[in-house]
Design a binder for this molecule. Sequence first.
Ligand SMILES: Cc1cc2nc3c(=O)[nH]c(=O)nc-3n(C[C@H](O)[C@H](O)[C@H](O)COP(=O)(O)OP(=O)(O)OC[C@H]3O[C@@H](n4cnc5c(N)ncnc54)[C@H](O)[C@@H]3O)c2cc1C
Ligand code: FES
Length: 346
Amino acid sequence: MAFYTLKVHDKRIETKDTVTLCFKQPGLKKIKYLAGQYLTLVFRINGRRYLRPYSFSSSPGVDSLLEITVKRIPGGIISNHINDAINIGDSIEVMEPMGDFIYQKDKDSSCSCIILWGVGSGITPLISIAKYILSTHSDKKVILLYGNRNHESVIFRDQILHLQQEFINNFTAWHFLTQAVVDESNPSLVQGRINPEKVFANLKQDDLENAVHYICGPPRLKESVKSALNLKGISSDRINTEDFELVKNPKDFVDIHTQLIELTFNNIKTTLEVVKGKSILEAGLDANIELPYSCQTGNCITCKGELLSGTVKTIGIDKFPEGLAQNEYLLCCSYPLSNDVKITIN
Ligand SMILES: Cc1cc2nc3c(=O)[nH]c(=O)nc-3n(C[C@H](O)[C@H](O)[C@H](O)COP(=O)(O)OP(=O)(O)OC[C@H]3O[C@@H](n4cnc5c(N)ncnc54)[C@H](O)[C@@H]3O)c2cc1C
Ligand code: FES
């Protein structure tokens, strides 16, 4: 895994709880990325190392700076640190870009319409994909369906407006606002949450039939849009989703108990207490073991470990990503089931 150090060239305030950090490309080895991918930022605060992924809000070939956009999470360590304590001129260590929430030329080129569904900070990879498609594929339509509380909480309001003006024939944006009185004569403003049925009723049949979908937002958005698309008969290979956090169902934890496990990392063996509810990764990080990880959503496989004995349960993901060998588990989603778990991380 390659690491880089980037200097903050600019810090832009987007809304009252969201900022964009703009980085200059490194002088020698440029960072290559695809629209929709993310950058993992590394911080050290009070002696503990934290890694957090942030999707690029910039787009390759369109924006000269590398940009990420971070919304505060109440009580969140890094999102608040970035908003409050990171300034122009600071250096930040980052991991090489990762992620598969991208426009896939081979698979998606037959689709004439790209439909982007997002809520709140979920806009970041979507705006990157929108800018990329609009600037490189003049034959494709892009439709953005973006949900927020009110006008003030819309991230990239001006940028979206600018894209609407620049790509008047190819780009449409609808804003869904839950806590604002909207001007009903403006067709791009809709009162309430994103409602797939309402969207379908206003879409051209041809656009819907020839579309590829990208969804990024809270779990309820993903579930409601996916099931509405499935009911419309849209195949799952035309639906791409990105999760910013893992949703854990308390029912999955009934057979999990606090366990002592043996963890070997960098040839050092540690007996680790994994308290009920914590993943093996979280337990390791709490014990100040600097394990490799990034997404914590079961996507990047950076946290994989080999199970040498015992049983572990995977919670929070429906399917394993590609690239795991037999007996390899994602420690961010793994919970010990037996008292003889031994894991090694290479
Ligand atoms: C692939 C990927 C891309 C991402 N891109 C972006 C992005 O472009 N912009 C952005 O602002 N964030 C993004 N995130 C989320 C980001 O990585 C952090 O999870 C988020 O900033 C919270 O970190 P924290 O240290 O502030 O919170 P923590 O201290 O880690 O968590 C504090 C509490 O908040 C909860 N929490 C953590 N993340 C979220 C969340 N996203 N929503 C609601 N509750 C949460 C935790 O369960 C915990 O209870 C992305 C995440 C992933 C996996
Ligand atoms: S940290 Fe990405 S899969 Fe576990």
